[in-house]
Design a protein around this ligand. Structure first.
Ligand code: AMP
Length: 315
């Protein structure tokens, strides 16, 4: 039997806590569609992180949430004690449509449902978890969550253009408290007010986070860190089906790897980006979390070896 987690030798593994949306999504792509499929930033991120570390998810679902979907998280050993069910309304719902080349998507519907009145109340036992991911959800929810954590060692913040447009002040308040702020290229350009992605990344650093990671979809990712710049191409995917959750699973795998290594230095971040890139490459090969769940440690490791080979340079 395969191990449940990627084994890293001689490390000091730590647990991860993740908040964000747990959602039902309707997805339209040029080559297919999915209706009311499990999604949400926290669901994708937690599934991704679970390949690396002990993972806890915190969020809220509504009266339409199927217990079989909670089981999907349990089957990857994710602790869902912090995933509250609120019978008074529906689960967060998102409908998105991708354009022909998958590079652009439109939000056709976004219904917060029970998230509208979500007040994260963290049980005492969860407040000391050192690795914290604030997955994409309203920045005010992210802030309330962070305020309950006692002394986080590493805080990863993810967001979305929707919140840049609708809650910019709140978002800026939390960006400055992040150890790593993760954004895609269009979000980075918009928030920095700058088209050149290198200049935009550096401008985002001036907002206060300790480092900034800019994702460029099929063109890979860039890390802006006080010790320097690091760039990694994407894993070469040929079976693109549904890009939803690529960013969330990238971020979840990234913090999961750092937690598994028990390190947050520049080199650890490079390793974490390698694993994050590979996990995101799996997510996009099927609708919902299906491909992510079907993946195994061996498959992740084999893609990591391939990506290492692709990016190796002669001296
Ligand atoms: P990604 O493709 O990584 O950006 O993540 C898409 C997922 O985020 C979908 O499963 C949606 O349910 C969820 N989502 C979409 N819009 C929002 C939003 N404004 N806040 C929180 N989650 C969202």
């Amino acid at each position: 039997m395969q191990p449940e987690r990627i084994p890293f030798p001689n490390t000091n593994p730590q647990p991860v806590i993740i908040t964000g949306s747990v959602a039902y999504d309707d997805i339209l792509t040029p080559h297919g569609s999915g209706t009311r499929i499990l999604g949400g930033s926290a669901a994708y991120a937690a599934l991704a992180a679970s390949f690396f570390s002990d993972t806890k998810i915190v969020g809220i679902v509504g009266n339409d949430f199927a217990e079989k979907d909670r089981e999907r998280l349990h089957s990857r050993k994710i602790d869902t004690a912090g995933l509250t069910k609120d019978e008074s309304g529906p689960t967060f719902f998102w409908r998105g449509r991708y354009h022909e080349n998958y590079n652009r998507r439109d939000t056709l519907a976004l219904e917060l449902g029970v998230f509208e009145k979500f007040e994260p109340k963290l049980p005492d036992a969860l407040r000391d978890i050192p690795f914290v991911m604030l997955g994409n959800i309203a920045p005010v929810v992210q802030l309330r969550f962070l305020e309950q954590m006692r002394k986080p060692r590493f805080v990863l913040l993810d967001s979305m253009n929707f919140w840049i447009d609708n809650a910019k002040e709140d978002l800026l308040n939390i960006v400055k408290r992040a150890d790593m702020f993760v954004a895609n290229d269009t979000e980075a350009e918009e928030l920095a007010g700058e088209k050149n992605i290198i200049v935009a990344g550096r401008k985002l650093l001036e907002l206060g986070p300790k480092c900034v990671l800019v994702k460029k979809g099929e063109h890979g990712a860039l890390l802006f860190h006080p010790d320097g710049l690091f760039a990694l191409p994407a894993f070469p995917v040929t079976e693109l089906r549904d890009p939803t959750g690529a960013g969330d699973s990238f971020a979840g795998a990234l913090i999961g790897t750092l937690a598994a290594l028990g390190r947050t230095d520049f080199d650890a971040m490079k390793t974490a980006m390698l694993y994050a890139t590979v996990v995101a490459s799996l997510t996009v090969e099927a609708f919902s979390c299906d491909r992510l769940e079907a993946a195994g440690v061996a498959e992740i490791q084999s893609r990591v070896n391939e990506l290492r080979k692709i990016t190796r340079l002669p001296e």
